[in-house]
Design a binder for this molecule. Sequence first.
Ligand code: FAD
Length: 297
Amino acid sequence: MTEADVGIVGGGPAGIAAAIQLARAGHQVTLFERNRLGGLLWNANLVENYPGFPGGIRGPQLVRRMVEQLRSHDLLLLHRAVVAMREQDGGLLLETESGGWKCETVILATGTRAVRIRLPGLEEPSPAYVHTDVVELLAERTRAIAVIGAGDAAFDYALNLARANTVTINNRGTRVRCLPLLWERAEQHPRIRYRERTTLVRATAGERHLRLSWRNQLREWTETADRLVLAVGRQPDNALLAGFSDARLAELERAGRLYRIGDLANGSFRQTSLSVADGVRAAMDIHARAERNSRCK
Ligand SMILES: Cc1cc2nc3c(=O)[nH]c(=O)nc-3n(C[C@H](O)[C@H](O)[C@H](O)COP(=O)(O)OP(=O)(O)OC[C@H]3O[C@@H](n4cnc5c(N)ncnc54)[C@H](O)[C@@H]3O)c2cc1C
């Protein structure tokens, strides 16, 4: 078992911001990321609401800048999944496949997980064809891609993928829940088609394509798609909280031993700037408590 002052789980914008702020203040930080540093932000087509980038910045470009800044600080970065968290000897133990890390304080910045829906006809959706985000698809060219959903993510994914592919957005209802400017851009885009009252009735995976059967109020038809992207919502990734009661979580948070930050904790207010702000705030709180404790000793 290894010991750390502060363990941060999740290397998206929230975890990165917390790590930078803590490292600047001289804390010993270990940051765990199971996948890609930058988290969900890799998927953002054009971030236009993060101050400092007039005209906006593409998600991957913003991630690269954040990661470069992170790497310029003295901290331990582990490309590992934390598979469980539990209390041990007055600390919190973060367990990974290759050992445990006992931390005085843990920041959970695990973000959200995509909601999955059952796809009629596909018992086990092949990850090669069915996606819940677009980061793996950004290099695709001249593909036919079907998106299911009608919110910001569905439209943002479509605009991103339509840079080099043709995209249909399929809404099973008639209500569109995205920013008007995303709707307008999609509506005007020559390679995006929006269809409403369109429900997937069957999907079949072939050797190289998917066969998708759709239904609207008038007819049923089948077409081929290279990829299917599900954008039907996200929920907080609370997996590491299993085993903790709400009351115990509240106690740990009051004592400054556990912080939940970013998209994990922000309900529908899921924005990069808010995640970054949460990370900085948690780090400042940890630092202020450490200062108070050292004065009391
Ligand atoms: C299509 C799209 C467009 C967007 N556009 C914008 C925009 O224009 N402006 C804006 O402000 N925001 C935008 N966002 C939202 C923004 O991406 C998120 O608000 C932000 O990424 C949240 O940061 P986070 O660090 O809280 O969580 P995440 O970015 O989700 O990061 C969480 C990280 O934790 C890791 N993790 C989870 N569990 C574990 C574990 N057990 N062990 C180790 N690592 C773990 C994950 O792999 C992930 O890297 C967009 C999002 C999407 C999907």
